[in-house]
Design a protein around this ligand. Sequence first.
Ligand SMILES: NC(=O)c1ccc[n+]([C@@H]2O[C@H](COP(=O)([O-])OP(=O)(O)OC[C@H]3O[C@@H](n4cnc5c(N)ncnc54)[C@H](OP(=O)(O)O)[C@@H]3O)[C@@H](O)[C@H]2O)c1
Length: 324
Amino acid sequence: MGLKLPDELDFIRAGRLPQKVSLKRTGNKVVMITGATSGVGYATAMHFAKMGAKLVLLARNKEKGASLKKLIESSAAGSCRVYTADLSSLREVATALEQIRSDLSKIDILINNAGAFRTRKKLTADHIDSVYTVNHLASFLITINLVPLLSRSDAPVVLNINSEGHRFSNVCLNDLAWNKRIYTGLRSYGASKSAQLHCMYILKKELEKFGIMLNSMHPGAVRSKIDSKSGWLYKMYYKIVVTPFLKDPRISADAIYYLTTCDDRKGVNGRFYNLTNEEKPAPHAQESAFSEAVYLHTIKLLNGFLDRSVLNPEIKFSKYEASK
Ligand SMILES: NC(=O)c1ccc[n+]([C@@H]2O[C@H](COP(=O)([O-])OP(=O)(O)OC[C@H]3O[C@@H](n4cnc5c(N)ncnc54)[C@H](OP(=O)(O)O)[C@@H]3O)[C@@H](O)[C@H]2O)c1
């Protein structure tokens, strides 16, 4: 009889299992990726381009986005559109989404990859932790806004690039500016990723009505620039202690490709994966009554921050239904 690990340590079991791969070509699938200018997102964009996808990238930096488009179109012969928005500004995100919705007729795969980690607290113009805004609020806003485009696909999927880092901390809804508690990079990162998981459990039920599957994954511990906004001490720790163990982000790209394209993934909804293996999130980030609270809080925040109603919790997604 094997030893059953508690949910807190399920990542050890899942991390040791062999990985699955998909060699299927994407054909004409339209694949939108956020944060493709570096690390996991870059490797994923190159992989999808090689497999024939039509890419739509949402990048923070216009120049980086333009040179990536050039590279993809020359080396991988794929097509690529680039939009820009700083995900810490929800207004910028909303403006870019408006443009995307008017330019495109459908999206098949949405990969919410862009992510931030900061050892020093930085608040947005809305007085909220910028890490929470980039990692959770922006990805939520992007997903719900793109429902009309996703619902025109035969098999639409959304994949949130979450993290084992969700285990560091749960979200505290009445202190999103970290005024009442001590801010640390790991706690802020953990809270943002936990909030994203909580919302997945509720949002998946809404998206299911449109045939859209929503899942989350940890992309492995891989080389990237995720520590670039850290203080010098953390940077040194990361370089000396963590970096020697990091893998090539192409392992993340392979796993993301498998989770979003493989036929055996059809109908799979609301799960959390460590690369390609399903695993249980930390107990604090599993589905509970609190998940609904985080979901409603998120919608309320977005409605409050943006000039127009982004999503009415009373009518759920009926406004999108009407626009289909
Ligand atoms: N690397 C790992 O081991 C690891 C482990 C677990 C989870 N993850 C997750 O994987 C995802 C990708 O991270 P990574 O490791 O590849 O890090 P990375 O190399 O720093 O890439 C992050 C990407 O997100 C973009 N981004 C960051 N802040 C942004 C903002 N305010 N607005 C718009 N775009 C923004 C970056 O754009 P710029 O190029 O302009 O900076 C970059 O393209 C994140 O969600 C992260 O939490 C990574």
